[in-house]
Design a binder for this molecule. Structure first.
Ligand SMILES: Nc1ncnc2c1ncn2[C@@H]1O[C@H](COP(=O)(O)OP(=O)(O)OP(=O)(O)O)[C@@H](O)[C@H]1O
Ligand SMILES: [Mg+2]
Length: 284
């Protein structure tokens, strides 16, 4: 399914101490994501990546403009647009299988169909053995696999992923990159993938959208000119990643200059990035 953002903007009112502040999360932006594309969004913390994804998921409404999927305006959540978040968010009192089935139950699918889909998608993420386990018995990586199976079981046309691997260790992340790539190719789903990890974005995506420091807007949309499947060790990929890194660092530096003490640049450049909870320089 193709996705269009036309002049979409979003502000939030934040009530803290003193007067309420208006935060412009997204300046008006327009872009198109193609049917079947793997599209990544990257940018400094607070630049509106999750806001953009939530608008597409129908979890937020825009202040201006339109978000459309195959020319139909997004007016709320839909099983056609499933979301995988950073935290797996499984229900601890339900078995793995019941967690996967839950959204299908809400959709009114028959018990047979629910069981069939749970089996199919748990198999796809290699967790059939754990169908009857409880979430607390699983590792973080396994929980995230269940969360991916739960989203896939909806058989969505669009899969939205908001930093799905950032809480995982590097080895688990590596394995899940390949799983997601395989599942994407098997299911022809359009994937919109938010990450802070440039190498991850370059490894997986057809195109990478770089956002500016807040208020978020589009800095550049960059096609990744390598055929799938890709080799993580490829020097072309590393070179390409380094080029993108410089562009993103410019935006991260703007955020750091606004938020941190004036001396951050001289002695704490690395820390400034780390302070944002990001992981730009490391491998994937
Ligand atoms: N529900 C909300 N209420 C108030 N402010 C919000 C809300 N959601 C987001 N914001 C604000 O909007 C801005 C953009 O937030 P958003 O979560 O989209 O950024 P992000 O790019 O996903 O950041 P990160 O990389 O840290 O996840 C931030 O200033 C944030 O504080
Ligand atoms: Mg976010």
């Amino acid at each position: 399914m193709s996705i269009q953002f036309q002049n979409v903007s979003k502000a939030f009112v934040q009530n803290g101490q003193g007067a309420a502040r208006i935060i412009q999360a997204l300046n008006p932006l327009s872009m198109e994501i193609r049917d079947g594309e793997f599209f990544s969004i990257i940018g400094p913390s607070g630049c509106g990546k999750s806001t953009l994804l939530n608008l597409l998921a129908g979890l937020e409404t825009s202040d201006s403009g339109n978000v459309t999927v195959d020319n139909v305006p997004v007016e709320g959540p839909s099983p056609n647009r499933a979301v995988v978040f950073q935290e797996a968010g499984l229900m601890p009192w339900m078995t793995v299988s019941r967690n996967v089935e839950y959204g299908l139950k809400l959709q009114g699918l028959s018990r047979d169909e629910r069981v069939h889909r749970a089996e199919k998608y748990l198999k796809m993420v290699h967790l059939s053995k754990y169908a009857n386990a409880m979430p607390h018995q699983l590792s973080g990586g396994m929980k995230q696999r269940v969360s991916i199976a739960r989203a896939l079981a909806l058989e969505p046309k669009v899969l939205l992923m908001d930093e799905p691997f950032s809480a995982l260790d590097a080895q688990t992340r590596d394995v899940l990159h390949d799983e997601v790539q395989r599942i994407w190719q098997e299911t022809n789903t359009t994937i919109v993938f938010v990450t802070h990890n440039i190498r991850e974005a370059v490894y997986l995506s057809d195109r990478v959208m770089i956002m500016t420091a807040p208020p978020g807007s589009i800095k550049r949309i960059v096609p990744v000119p390598f055929a799938h499947p890709r080799a993580k060790s490829s020097s072309d990929l590393s070179y390409f990643t380094a080029q993108l890194h410089n562009q993103i660092k410019e935006e991260v530096d703007k955020v750091a200059a606004r938020e941190l003490d004036a001396d951050w640049k001289q002695d704490a450049e690395g820390l400034a990035v780390a302070a944002e909870g990001t992981d730009y320089a490391s491998g994937i």
